[in-house]
Structure formats: C-alpha cells, structure tokens
Design a protein around this ligand. Structure first.
Ligand code: DP6
Length: 362
C-alpha cells in the first residue's frame, strides 16, 4: 500500500463527541532497527517479539471544537497529572499524521495515559505509548468509516504509530512482527509492520523475556540522535545488509525451531547495535559494567546447563533475557540466584511474548 491510500476522506457522519481506550504493549526487537531515512522510513528491516506485560493504556476523549483553527487542541495527563513537557512530542506527532487523519483538527482531545511499568525503569515507553495513541485515533476514524476492514485498521494504526516512533509500528499485533521492505518477506513494507507471515515453530510460543533493570536512569543518547549517527557511519551499509541477511536466515530457523542458531543471531544483533554506537562519531557506550557481567553469566550458564537462554539489548544498559517456556523453571531460578544481584535495587520485570494491542471497553 502507498502513503496516499492512508489519507482519510470523510464521506460519512462528522465526528461526534466520545471517548476510546486502548492498551498497547511494548516490543523487543530480535533484528534491530537502527538508522532511518526521512519520514520515519527505516534504513533496514527489523523483526520483534510483541510483549505482553509491559504496556501503555491510553484513553482519548474528543469533543467538537467551537471554531475551526489550523492547529491542535489537546490536554495530556500522564498517570493522573498534567504533563506539559510531553506535549511537544505529541504536537510533532500530530503534525506528521494530520494529512492522514485530518479530523484531529476538528476536535479538542484529552489524552490520559499510564504505563504498566515504572516510569523511571529505563524502559522506553515510545513504542507502547505511540501505538496506543495511534489505535485510539484509528478507533475514532473507524466510527466515521464503518466499512473499514480489520486489516486496514491494523495497517493504518501501524502506519500512524511509525510516524510517532519507528518501533511503535511493531506493537499493534503479535506475536512476531516484521517491519521494513525485505526481499524474502512477502507483504513487507517500510510504511507499517506486518504480522510475521511464515510458520513459526511451537518452541517460540510463550517465549519469556525477563527484563533486568541494570540502569534506570535517563538515556545518555536519545534514539533519534543514535539513528542520525548512522548517516555518516563508516559501517552503515554493511550493517544494513547484515540485517537483511539475518532476516533471511531467521526464516528457516523460526520454522525449524533451531534454538542454537536463533541465539546466535539474536545476540549478534544486540552486540552489533551497540557496536554501531561505539563506532559512530561521536561514539558512546550505553552498556554498564553490570550489563557485561550479566552477559558473561548468561554465556557460562548456557554452556553448563545446556539450555538456550540468551540476551538481547535495546539502546540502553538493561538486559532482556530470552528463553523458551520449556526451560522456564531452570532459567528463572538462575536469574533469581545469579542475575538479580546486578539489577539496580534488585528490580526486574517478568514479561513474555504477547498478541498485540486490545481495546478496553469502559
Ligand atoms: C534500539 O523506535 O525508539 O530499540 O523512530 O526515533 O522513535 P524512533 O526510534 P525508536 O528506535 C528503536 C531502536 C531500538 C531497536 C528496535 O527497537 O528495533
């Protein structure tokens, strides 16, 4: 689908006052998105597990504006309190999506949002937050266009979410989502995420992700700055090619349930992401000593226990520990015995693969 197909042409009832609520999860990339072109177009395709427990709940109330104005009128509440400092990001988002959802200028919006995970956990809320807001807006659009298919609803929600934050376009559905044009992935697009279109082995169902909160502080480098640094990066093209190759390899690995090969790609992707940060100009290191201590412990345990536990990282120091359901007992015990000690205040979050966003009926 092209961008033009996402432009809303009102030919039905005008928007009425109302309120919608959605809960949208976070996601963790197996093949990482790092580097983008103009208009939130990814430099390479990516693949993620949708999560379940880490999520944002957003309510959007809308009332007709008295007079037309060529701007946006909205209030924003985060966990019950008005948040002025979040507003510029939402304003930028609205500017980007207004051509596709022009009705947002006709209403005053009240956004009430909260996360299931602690705000200062170092867990990025942009994926769950932007996708929840995009879904609320699509819900309003659907009320004016009753012929809309569920497929279009998901696609456009993902398309809008991408314009808020790239990785957010992978949070609409589950349990595995692919985003970005890739020769070997049918239906793939740079404009939105799609449910992974191939067979996935049973072993990947119910996969666990225990998130170890190594450093709960503010990110040293925003992902926007990080993506930008890929423009003049000496290894960028090789990295983008590698993401394509890894996705092609994963196709067979996911069908076969080949966990040793899965582990190799997932860990290599995480380390490559950080290697890109370490070799950009300016360069930076987002891992902390405890991140490395955890990685080494995981490697030693994997060897001695003959399990398939592995790690991945996002753009920060926290470690996502991934493992299949049939190894849950032994790996979770290992995490409690040997890894939690490296977490800030012993904090960690237990999550697992999930099936996407849900509408909350009031
Ligand atoms: C390292 O989606 O946060 O988590 O598009 O600028 O909002 P923006 O970036 P963002 O980048 C996520 C990068 C990553 C890898 C990934 O999720 O694929």
């Amino acid at each position: 689908m092209s961008e033009e197909q996402f432009i809303f042409h009102p030919d039905s009832e005008p928007i009425k006052d109302g309120k919608v609520t959605w809960r949208s999860p976070s996601n963790i990339a197996l093949v990482k998105y790092w580097g983008k072109k103009a208009n939130q177009i990814p430099a390479n395709p990516s693949l993620s597990f949708t999560l379940n427990a880490c999520a944002t709940r957003t309510s959007l109330s809308y009332t007709q504006r008295k007079h037309y104005a060529d701007d946006f009128s909205f209030d924003l509440y985060f966990e019950g309190s008005q948040k002025e400092d979040f507003k510029p990001k939402i304003n930028t988002f609205f500017k980007r999506i207004a051509p596709y959802v022009p009705f947002i200028k006709d209403v005053h919006l009240t956004i009430e949002t909260s996360n299931s995970f602690p705000h200062s956990s170092g867990i990025a809320s942009s994926a769950s937050g932007m996708s929840a807001l995009a879904l609320c807006l699509m819900d309003i659009e659907r009320q004016m266009d009753t012929t809309m298919t569920l497929d279009f609803f998901h696609r456009k929600a993902s398309f809008l979410a991408r314009l808020g934050s790239g990785s957010a376009c992978r949070s609409i559905e589950g349990d595995l989502v692919h985003w970005g044009s890739h020769e070997d992935t049918v239906g793939s697009s740079d404009l939105y995420g799609i449910k992974y279109p191939y067979t996935v082995h049973e072993v990947f169902k119910n996969y666990h992700d225990t998130i170890l909160l190594v450093d709960k502080g503010q990110k040293q480098v925003s992902s926007t700055v990080g993506h930008d640094l890929m423009h003049a990066h000496p290894f960028a093209q090789n990295r983008f090619d590698q993401a394509h190759e890894n996705l092609t390899k994963l196709k067979t690995i996911l069908v076969e349930g080949n966990l040793p090969e899965f582990v190799k790609i997932v860990e290599s992707e995480a380390l490559t992401l950080h290697a890109m940060m370490m070799t950009s100009l300016p360069y930076f290191i987002l891992m902390k000593p405890n991140t490395l201590a955890i990685i080494n412990k995981i490697w030693a345990f994997r060897e001695s226990s003959n399990t398939n536990v592995c790690f991945t990282l996002d753009a920060g120091a926290n470690v996502h520990v991934l493992y299949p359901q049939n190894e849950h007992k032994v790996v979770y015990q290992f995490i409690k015995d040997e890894l939690v000690v490296y977490c800030e205040n012993g904090q960690y979050l237990c999550d697992r693969i999930g099936f996407g966003a849900k509408k909350i009926n009031s």
